[in-house]
Write a protein that binds this ligand. Structure first.
Ligand code: AMP
Length: 258
């Protein structure tokens, strides 16, 4: 699918579902702003967690409450697969197998989304970065102008994740794909927790949607209140840029092309 000028169209569920108003600026609630000392800086947030941790649900709630765009790479890939765009056709087979879509496709798509003006007052990235090279690419995309504010991680034990996955019923929820995504999460994504250790807000993901949301809200406000304001992006991410699990037994030879 191409636009009238022949460029490849990328379906963006975030902007098609709820177009941001042109004059939207970050307006935290008074209670949140007072607690979190947030008036000076728009929140540029990441949310990380294994499949089935409730990350997508929590990301939607948090982004809505903070009035910032929720950018889910999985949602964008699924919308493109459904609309059979070129991006969708390319990413479908990776998604069905539980593999990661190659970094080049993923980071291009995120670059395109973060260039939109509605992200200038903050954003919540859900499902990106998922690998250390993607995190390096995000540093480049943010450049000197923007810095990450906090990185939320939902801690959810494997047995809870597997139980939730068994009732989710998504097209890519085959047993093999579920196992593969869990392996990839542990091998490729968990090194990010060390990389972002200075920005990490870890929250217990077990409980009702409401309880987990309130936990996230309280933990984030507390973190932001105490976050050292002088921390630059480079200092915050600790300079870890190399994949740490090259020889991983679980996902070694099956790594997607980078
Ligand atoms: P999710 O909705 O976050 O579970 O993502 C669904 C699928 O989209 C994943 O299993 C991957 O195939 C693909 N995907 C989403 N985000 C990324 C990413 N950051 N890097 C590579 N693949 C991704």
């Amino acid at each position: 699918m191409t636009d009238p000028e022949g460029r490849t169209t990328v379906i963006d569920p975030g902007t098609t579902a709820s177009p941001p108003s042109a004059d939207r600026t970050f307006q935290p609630s008074a209670e949140f702003a007072a607690n979190a000392n947030l008036t000076a800086e728009a929140p540029n947030l990441l949310i990380i967690g294994p499949q089935g941790a409730g990350k997508g649900t929590q990301a939607i709630l948090l982004a809505e409450r903070l009035n910032i765009p929720h950018i889910s790479t999985g949602d964008v890939f699924r919308a493109n697969a459904q609309a059979r765009t070129q991006l969708g056709l390319e990413c479908q087979r990776y998604m069905d197998a539980g593999e990661l879509v190659p970094d080049s496709l993923t980071t291009n798509m995120v670059a395109h989304r973060l260039a939109k003006p509605d992200t200038k007052d903050g954003f919540l990235l859900d499902g990106f970065p998922r690998t250390v090279p993607q995190a390096g690419a995000l540093d480049d995309l943010l450049g000197g102008q923007r810095r990450l504010t906090a990185v939320l991680v939902l801690l959810t034990p494997n047995h809870v994740v597997l139980q939730r996955m068994s009732i989710r019923g998504r097209r890519d929820d085959t047993l093999e794909a579920i196992q593969r995504r869990l392996d990839l999460y542990h091998c490729e994504t968990t090194p990010l927790l060390e990389r972002y250790s200075r920005l990490l807000v870890a929250v217990d993901g077990v409980g009702t949607v409401h309880d987990v949301h309130e936990r996230i809200w309280t933990a984030l406000a507390a973190f932001l209140r105490d976050r050292p304001n002088s921390l630059t992006n480079a200092e915050a991410v600790g300079g870890i840029n190399q994949p740490m699990n090259d020889e991983c037994d679980n996902c070694g030879p099956g790594h997607p092309p980078r």
